[in-house]
Design a protein around this ligand. Sequence first.
Ligand SMILES: *[C@@H]1O[C@H](CO)[C@@H](O)[C@H](O)[C@H]1NC(C)=O
Length: 207
Amino acid sequence: MFLPIIFVLSFLSSSSNAADFCVGDLYAPQGPAGYSCKKAEAVTVNDFVYSGLGATGNTSNIIKASVAPAFSAQFPGVNGLGISMARLDLAVGGVIPMHTHPGASEVIVVIQGTILAGFISSANKVYYKPLNEGEIMVFPQGLLHFQINAGKSQALAFVSFSSPSPGLQILDFALFGDNLPTDIIQETTFLDAAQIKKLKGVLGGTG
Ligand SMILES: *[C@@H]1O[C@H](CO)[C@@H](O)[C@H](O)[C@H]1NC(C)=O
């Protein structure tokens, strides 16, 4: 009866907090598992607090929306913990364009406004619905998904991820925001050249 308790107590008192967390050292090399750990004696409460999601993002841009990430690169406290967050602000008409997070599933919670959110399964089945304040929706890892402000006022949502570095790839930027030649895009997407050139012009692509 007593032996297991003594064992647990001695284990607890002998273990250092080094195993509790691994605050990312952004100046040390980063590997596939994340950042190296900041020295434990240099860690303070401020490593576990991030204030960057408090302010409304700047939505004066082509998508009329902003994404403020609290991934391990911005918020090193989540390094190694398998979680992170972001803030989405969508002005009227704003959209977070079709995108994927290769490394994480995502949950959105709508705080203000109405957001039409959806994803496309790998079987190409479409799941979408307008979400009102307080509603949440989950987007399974790696699948294409989107969020659109479906209301007549500013919308606000927070999202959480099952990884400290979910990654973000926006479909239109992947196709039209780089130097992949128009003829290759045409061959691989069946879009016409004029539409490709137009989108390259809008999204900063060349070729
Ligand atoms: C928002 O972004 C636009 C475009 O980059 C910029 O011109 C404007 O000054 C920014 N507004 C604020 C309040 O930072």
